[in-house]
Design a protein around this ligand. Structure first.
Ligand code: NAP
Length: 340
């Protein structure tokens, strides 16, 4: 099978580097172009993007010239975007207008009713919204905490209607990109998330768990906190479900869930990995489960307020960002929306 040529916009950042790492040896995609801001364009990638991930950058990209983020400079028909949120709307819109397919990590288009907000295992059918766009299209992956939240709520809908959700997050520093939070804010401290994380967490799961053109309807109350860990967002989720299923039934349902999409190269067979240990999930020990694409769920217990509560941990720059975009690109290919 010939591979589909792919470019990365924002290839120098925290998520962009993850994308380079994940695409370096991909069976379906050939990474041909790396693009970033005018600060980086024209430089070799190795100089424009000092490597901040474990291991070395893929050798084949170190000397590759970084391009400007314009459709004139970037030729690939499929573009994965890890652009800064402040510039994503304009640049991604330009690529769509030029007929390209854009799969984006940025939040700019997530609330656009014509843009599918997709987690392959949860709502692959939402790709049908691409038919409302044209000539190109934009597919968004959700916020890095909305992904694990939606992925534990999705299977629970088979037990009854979800009536209410309360969620607290403990979010790693890499979630703020590079250089991200100030050292003064993070060293020896945890602090409430100053950005729009709580608002995203209250609305994005409703779009994902609704039909392609109808929102799910239940309240989500979120509190988000940044903590001094490197990678991995931990969520404490409390949920009220019609019929009040037991914690044991909730655990069995999550353990058995396999998702709604065809097999994709980036996805583990089981999206959720359950742990029985009372001291897990642990950010350091569990964050890399399934090469960073599997969520770890634990402490599923009765909640005297909402019915059931649990912890879920996900790798924010892989499952919550770069890996999520890559899986959506794979879904486009698997469903015939991309030609080699
Ligand atoms: P980051 O480390 O700050 O990287 C931002 C990237 O955007 C860099 O490649 C930067 O290029 C590029 N950029 C900035 N201004 C630009 C401009 N005017 N024109 C073209 N490129 C420009 O951020 P990040 O953490 O990787 O996040 C990238 C996106 O993913 C954001 O929209 C973020 O909200 C989203 N996201 C991040 C996470 C996470 O865990 N970090 C999770 C989910 C979603 P230069 O290096 O040349 O400046």
């Amino acid at each position: 099978m010939s591979r589909v040529p792919v470019a990365i916009l924002g290839a120098t950042g925290m998520v962009g580097q993850r994308l380079v790492q994940l695409l370096a040896d991909h069976p379906w995609f050939e990474l041909i172009e790396l693009a970033a801001s005018a600060r980086s364009a024209g430089k070799p990638y190795g100089e424009a993007a000092p490597w901040r991930l474990p291991g070395d950058p893929p050798a084949s990209f170190i000397d590759q010239e970084v391009l400007a983020c314009t459709p004139a400079a970037v030729s690939a028909p499929l573009v994965l975007s890890a652009l800064d949120a402040s510039v994503a709307h304009e640049i991604e819109g330009t690529f769509r207008a030029a007929g390209r397919l854009v799969v984006t990590n940025a939040s700019a288009y997530r609330d656009d009713p014509a843009v599918p907000l997709v987690i392959p295992e949860v709502n692959p059918d939402h790709l049908a919204l691409l038919d409302l766009q044209g000539p190109g299209g934009i597919v968004a992956n959700p916020n890095c905490c909305a992904i694990p939240l939606a992925m534990v709520l999705a299977p629970l809908r088979t037990l009854g209607a979800i009536e209410a959700v309360a969620v607290s997050t403990w979010q790693a520093v890499s979630g703020a990109g590079y250089p991200g939070e100030s050292a003064w804010d993070m060293v020896g401290s945890v602090h409430p998330h100053a950005g729009s994380e709580e608002a995203k967490l209250a609305v994005e799961p409703l779009k994902i768990l609704g039909g392609p053109q109808a929102q799910a309807r239940f309240p989500i109350s979120a509190r988000c906190v940044r903590v001094p860990t490197a990678d991995g967002h931990l969520l404490g989720v409390h949920v009220r479900i019609t019929g009040s299923p037991s914690a044991a039934l909730v655990a069995q349902t999550l353990r058995d869930w396999r998702g709604a999409c065809p097999p994709l190269p980036s996805l583990p067979t089981a999206p959720l990995r359950l742990t029985e240990r009372r001291d897990r999930p642990n950010t350091r020990l569990d964050v890399d489960a399934g090469a960073g694409m599997q969520l770890t769920v634990g402490r599923i217990e009765a909640c005297p307020v909402l019915g059931v509560k649990l912890f879920v941990l996900g790798h924010n720059t892989i499952r919550g960002a770069a890996g999520a975009a890559l899986a959506n690109a794979e879904l486009l290919k698997a469903t015939g929306r991309l030609q080699a």
